[in-house]
Design a protein. Structure first.
Length: 256
């Protein structure tokens, strides 16, 4: 299966690292970026191609992964689905717009395509999916990041709550930081309660999830090392994308 990638930054670069190390068994065939140099840099590492535009990328790919921005999702995913290509979306925050979510779901159905949303930088989405078979009564996410990861500067050592509210609002205000709240909301069917804290005392991006429902109760804490190329992005996000691509090829599928 030929994979095309939109967005050649930290996540795409980590995918290329995995291919080079022999850990990702996927044909990353073609790269596209608003900055052609970024696409060229990654393509040249694994002898892949550079797409001149989205039509060229669609022509050269069987499945297309977005790893660019929410705007890239909104501008390109409907068109790609109309051209009958499966998609993987990293900038999941775009799907918190219900009208957009329903539109791409409908397009995928009409064109017999799949839309894959990797777990990303959190833990426990398999459990949330399973819990949703019963009744989920409460979900919350507390995200704690070093100020630099949130693009703010704080004087002193005191933490600061930057946001408290629903995921649908959080993804608009922090489009590059809180995609996981969207993944959690979509999996649970609830617009999740989100708290975002800038904490000068920590090094890692930390996501703490609490879930309650008819299954019982769950708490997970993921303490993420940042991607080496982008402090806003956790390394685990790219690991998760790579794992999903590997899973597409696997005979034995582990986890729900
Ligand atoms: N789902 C998750 O858990 C999760 C976790 C981390 C990051 N993300 C999201 O994944 C996306 C990629 O993250 P990253 O760290 O690789 O970003 P990055 O900033 O390192 O790289 C993004 C690349 O995309 C390119 N780009 C931006 N808009 C584009 C467009 N419209 N068309 C083509 N190229 C475009 C940029 O030039 C850049 O090279 C971001 O939106 C980020 O918020 C999701």
């Amino acid at each position: 299966m030929k994979i095309g990638i939109i967005g050649c930054g930290a996540i795409a670069s980590a995918l290329v690292d995995f291919v080079e190390k022999g850990k990702l068994d996927a044909n990353l065939h073609c790269f596209y970026d608003l900055s052609p140099e970024n696409a060229q840099k990654l393509a040249s590492r694994i002898d892949a191609q550079v797409a001149s535009d989205i039509d060229d990328l669609i022509e050269k790919s069987d499945l297309i992964m977005e790893a660019a921005s929410q705007q890239a999702v909104i501008s390109n995913i409907p068109y790609i689905l109309e051209h009958k290509r499966d998609v993987v979306i990293m900038s999941v925050g775009a799907l918190m717009d219900k009208e957009f979510h329903d539109r791409i779901q409908q397009l995928a159905k009409e064109n017999k395509c799949k839309i894959y949303l990797p777990t990303g930088a959190i833990t426990g989405i398999d459990t949330v999916n399973a819990a949703n078979m019963g009744k989920i009564t409460q979900v919350s996410l507390t995200t704690r990041k070093p100020p630099v990861s949130l693009g703010v500067h704080l004087d002193g050592e005191d933490e600061k709550v930057l946001f408290e509210g629903k995921a649908s609002e959080a993804v608009k205000l922090f489009p590059k930081n809180i995609n996981v709240s969207s993944t959690l909301s979509l999996a649970s069917g609830i617009d999740v309660d989100v708290k975002i804290i800038a904490d000068p005392k920590i090094k890692n991006n930390t996501h703490e999830i609490h879930l309650k429902g008819s299954f019982g109760e769950l708490t997970t804490i993921t303490s993420n090392v940042s991607s080496k190329n982008n402090p806003k992005t956790s390394a685990l996000a790219a690991y998760s994308a790579a794992s999903l691509l590997n899973k597409l090829n696997k005979t034995i599928q582990i986890g729900s």
